[in-house]
Design a protein around this ligand. Structure first.
Ligand code: GLC
Length: 553
């Protein structure tokens, strides 16, 4: 299969068109607005944008309830604006990934409207029906506490339909060959309009057997191969980044043993244990998660992240670990969600402490994989917990201290801009951080540059270097005669550590990639390094300029 591997060493930036930049003053972000901000993104050094759903939708789940896959929500502009946008991104060398949400449609989708109205409708079999209420209808809800059931009676159809998510999101019958063909058609359509791939929503559910009699639904992994084949045949650099929050032993099924299924998957295992490590300063569960997710085909890649648009899902931690993270980062029940997660943004979770924010980002950027940043995190944006469920962390981007944070000229915006308190737009905004060389924004930009200049992390194999301290993580990556060593002290007091490098490297210097504070081995042949509270270091091992030894793929 033809395959450009750009995603192995890249940085992805996730944003929602709706809350990024409004250009026409209607209070809703749009594609012309996003285009005006492309140079900002370009300047940050990102390689790809992941756009959250922007297709036509009643908007009851922030666009994850689509009513027409082949058009965009008119509030965001026209298809013409979309193509202008993909073109402008391409000119700047930025690739565009978009969400593809095909586990379910909106209940307003004409397919569902037809299916429910007539048992002989050609679309009846595009959904999953049962004449009687299945026994397990009160199980398997994705949004416990908010969603009551996975089967709901439709008055018109006189039957129950299956919905893994909210009841206004009927599941598509993805075992139906017509539905499968339609999914490929949707992908082909957007590829033709200039996108470079997809963040595929809810993949384990897309490929699961669905139906009232399914006791132990199996996953139909072949579908993943078909999705990938279509992309590769149409566009050699197109990728799929899968949202598949599955136990580590299933990962290889999603990547495919030969790397013939998903190009990328989010690493939920590392995400959760990373937050546990930040809360407890105990790196052991994180090291275990890294080990459990080590195996992947050469061409596959992890997507590593801190926060996304959903709750921070802590469902894979033990109960005691989860409680500890809740206690540290979301003690108030109103900060928690769906009995498993935290709905806050990163900066307030870390008490706005710059040292901890840097540590968290530096750790995330040094995990094996491709980092996926979330808009607003680069300036340390906060949240608005008065908004329901996950909306609290989806407020508009804060560009300046102008009204509505420069997001919109309208008095009424699609979601309120954060205007009060320490995270209000008067204090946290792009314009002021641009002018301040020590701002978090400028720090993030430098880190992105540093991350991209360390292709060992994207391409290489990592090993954990023994430090004797469970609250210090030391990782080295080796790739094609180049090596980096990354140190993180997760606790609030300093640590002096002694490191043994490999034989033959004993005399080598460690070159600090960030600030030139190099380290030389002492008489005992070891490097003795003092890490400040929450301190971190990125070193290149050896004295030679790595650029001389770098090979392009
Ligand atoms: C995914 C999305 C989430 C959405 C759900 C239903 O989990 O990340 O935001 O609500 O799918 O489409």
């Amino acid at each position: 299969m033809i395959n450009d591997l750009w995603y192995k060493n890249a940085v992805i930036y996730c944003l929602s068109v709706e809350t990024f930049q409004d250009s026409n003053g209607d209070g809703v972000g749009d594609f012309p607005g996003l285009m005006r901000r492309l140079d900002y993104l370009h300047g940050m050094g990102i390689d790809a944008i992941w756009l959250m759903p922007f297709q036509a939708s009643p908007g009851k789940d922030d666009g994850y309830d689509i009513s027409n896959y082949y058009d965009i929500d008119p509030r965001f502009g026209t298809l013409g604006d979309f193509v202008e946008f993909t073109h402008a991104a391409k000119q700047r060398g930025i690739r565009v990934l978009i969400d593809i949400v095909v586990n379910h449609t909106s209940d307003q989708h004409p397919w569902f409207q037809s299916a429910r109205s007539d048992p002989n409708s050609p679309y009846r079999d595009w959904y999953v029906w049962s004449k009687t209420k299945p026994k397990d209808a009160d199980q398997g809800m994705v949004f416990p506490g908010v969603q009551e059931s996975t089967w709901t009676l439709d008055d018109k159809a006189g039957e129950y339909y299956f919905h893994r998510f909210y009841k206004f999101q009927p599941d598509l019958n993805t075992a139906n060959p017509e539905v499968q063909a339609e999914i490929l058609k949707i992908m082909g359509f957007w590829i033709q309009l200039g996108v470079n791939g997809f963040r595929m929503d809810a993949v384990p559910f897309v490929i699961a057997d669905k139906g009232a009699d399914e006791q132990k639904p199996q996953q139909q992994y072949d579908l993943l191969r078909w999705f990938r084949a279509l992309l590769q045949w149409r566009k050699g650099d197109a990728v799929i980044l899968a949202e598949a929050n599955v136990p580590p032993k299933q990962n290889l099924q999603y990547f495919g043993d030969d790397g013939d299924r998903m190009h990328m998957m989010f690493n939920f295992q590392v995400n959760q244990t990373l937050f546990y490590a930040l809360a407890s300063a105990d790196t052991k569960p994180l090291i275990k998660a890294l080990d459990e997710t080590r195996a992947r085909p050469d061409t596959a890649q992890w997507g590593t992240f801190l926060r996304n648009h959903d709750e921070l899902d802590l469902g894979r931690l033990t109960e005691a670990q989860r409680k500890l993270v809740f206690d540290h980062f979301g003690p108030d029940p109103d900060m928690q969600l769906y009995e498993r997660g935290i709905r806050r943004r990163l900066a307030p979770m870390l008490g706005g402490d710059r040292r901890r924010l840097e540590l968290a980002y530096s750790l995330m950027l040094s995990m094996p994989g491709t980092p996926v940043l979330r808009y607003g995190d680069e300036i340390g944006m906060g949240d608005d917990l008065s908004l329901p469920e996950r909306n609290g962390a989806r407020t508009p981007m804060q560009w300046s201290d102008e009204p509505q944070g420069g997001f919109s000229r309208s008095d009424k915006t699609v979601l309120p801009v954060i205007s009060e308190g320490p995270y209000g737009f008067a204090h946290v905004n792009v314009a002021s951080q641009r002018r301040d060389p020590n701002s978090f924004l400028n720090w993030t930009e430098r880190m992105i540059r540093m991350r991209r200049e360390a292709p060992e992390i994207g391409w290489g194999a990592y090993s954990v270097v023994e430090t004797g301290e469970k609250d210090v993580l030391a990782m080295r990556y080796d790739w094609r005669n180049n090596s980096v060593l990354l140190l993180h002290n997760l606790c609030d007091y300093p640590h002096k550590i002694a490191l043994d490098l490999k034989m033959g490297e004993i005399g080598l210097r460690l070159i600090d990639i960030a600030d030139g504070g190099h380290s030389q081995a002492e008489d005992d042949g070891r490097h003795h390094i003092l890490l400040e509270p929450y301190g971190y270091r990125w070193y290149r091992i050896g004295g030679l300029d790595y650029i001389l030894r770098r090979t392009e793929i």
